[in-house]
Design a protein around this ligand. Structure first.
Ligand SMILES: [Zn+2]
Length: 366
């Protein structure tokens, strides 16, 4: 995979005081990004472990060192704001457009090493990989939905560039770009930002999709994701919005009260496979989706999770890049909790029909 900064984008790679990388992405002309991190920092905390659940085959990351991480600091101590007025944050510059840095409290970090116990029931290894933080804007009080299309495009290009670089690291199997938004989701920092996990394993949900795609290929000779997208576009009942190159729909068996999947019409394995027309159209559609989510429950921002599904190494032929966006809010004053049925059995009960959810998302006034 090649790095794909396809619009005029400047990328400046710098190093923080404790050796972590900080990368600035700027639209258009290069901006001098030479501010020095002057904080006295201890080396970042590492030392997680991955373990394979022998009963389900799902990998679990054990990261006990993260308990001390920054938790909901006041705005004047925000580590994601630029460094201004004598206060030093994670970003030494006094302004930025999009900034990406290695997480100081990573769940996954470092090079791969051999797994232990591979012939027994207890398979484990170091929590190898990398965790990054993506700051979408220097504006502490904004949200992604407030960005203009140019900035949203810059974020897309940053995600794409990170995907190419992280996928090339030794031992990385899957790159996952995502955003948690809202205290209800458990966000520990209010500043608009997302995260990227470079996993040393294929995540459980992706592994299930890969198995389904293989079954579908064996049964029909076709791509599961091509067929799924074609069926939703032909039906239309669950389509929320569509452009020339992307369609967003509520999935037939949605798990969450409001859940939308956004697929490019031309199937690609990951963000690096998107062509210029797909990239150019994405910001408008994605921003509209986020704004529709924010209007669902009247005033106030809707908490959401936005999750990029990308093919893991070796699965590029079958798995399709797509974004899954969902909220845990089911009514203005009600959250969907993952209780006994969902948490205990991974069996979801959805209180909103997918067709009603799609209709509401289409009809909500912007
Ligand atoms: Zn901030």
């Amino acid at each position: 995979m090649a790095g794909t900064l396809t619009q005029p984008t400047a990328k400046t790679v710098t190093t923080l005081a404790d050796g972590r990388q900080l990368i600035y992405y700027d639209s258009g002309e290069a901006v001098p990004r030479d501010a020095v991190d002057r904080r006295p920092l201890d080396p970042p905390a590492h030392g997680s472990e991955v373990r394979l659940d022998p009963a389900t085959g799902a990998w679990v990351t054990v990261a006990a060192h993260r308990q001390a991480r920054t938790y909901q600091p006041p705005a004047e101590e925000c580590p994601l704001c630029p460094s201004r007025d004598g206060r030093h944050s994670e970003i030494p510059a006094d302004d930025y457009q999009v900034a990406v840095f290695e997480n100081r409290f990573p769940s996954l970090a470092g090079p791969p090493a051999a797994l232990e116990g591979v012939d027994g029931l207890r398979v484990s290894g170091p929590g190898a990989g990398r965790c990054e933080v993506v700051c979408f804007t220097a504006d502490h009080d904004a949200s992604f939905a407030d960005l203009d299309e140019r900035r949203a495009r810059l974020v897309l290009d940053a995600w794409t560039d990170r995907t190419a670089e992280l996928a090339a690291l030794p031992g990385v199997r899957q790159v996952y770009c995502f955003e948690n938004r809202g205290a209800e989701i458990g966000v520990t920092l209010a500043h608009p930002h997302g995260q990227i996990y470079a996993f040393p394993f294929t995540t459980p949900r992706t592994a299930r999709m890969a198995a389904r795609a293989a079954e579908h290929r064996a049964a029909t000779g076709r791509s599961l994701f091509d067929d799924l997208l074609a069926a939703e576009r032909a039906d239309g009942a669950r389509v929320v919005l569509a452009g020339e190159h992307w369609t967003a729909f509520v999935p037939f068996a949605a798990r969450w009260p409001y859940e939308v999947h956004l697929y490019p019409h031309r199937r690609v394995a990951d963000l690096t496979g998107l062509d210029e027309p797909q990239r150019a159209e994405f910001p408008r559609l994605y921003l509209e989706l986020l704004r529709r989510f924010d209007r669902l429950f009247g005033a106030g921002r809707t908490p959401y999770i936005s999750a990029w599904h990308q093919a893991p190494a070796g699965q590029e032929d079958e798995l399709a890049l797509h974004l899954e966006l969902f909220t845990i809010r089911r009514a203005a004053d009600k959250l969907k909790f993952l209780a006994g049925v969902e948490s205990g059995m991974d069996a979801f009960v959805n209180d909103v029909t997918p067709e009603d959810a799609a209709r509401r998302l289409r009809e909500v006034a912007l």
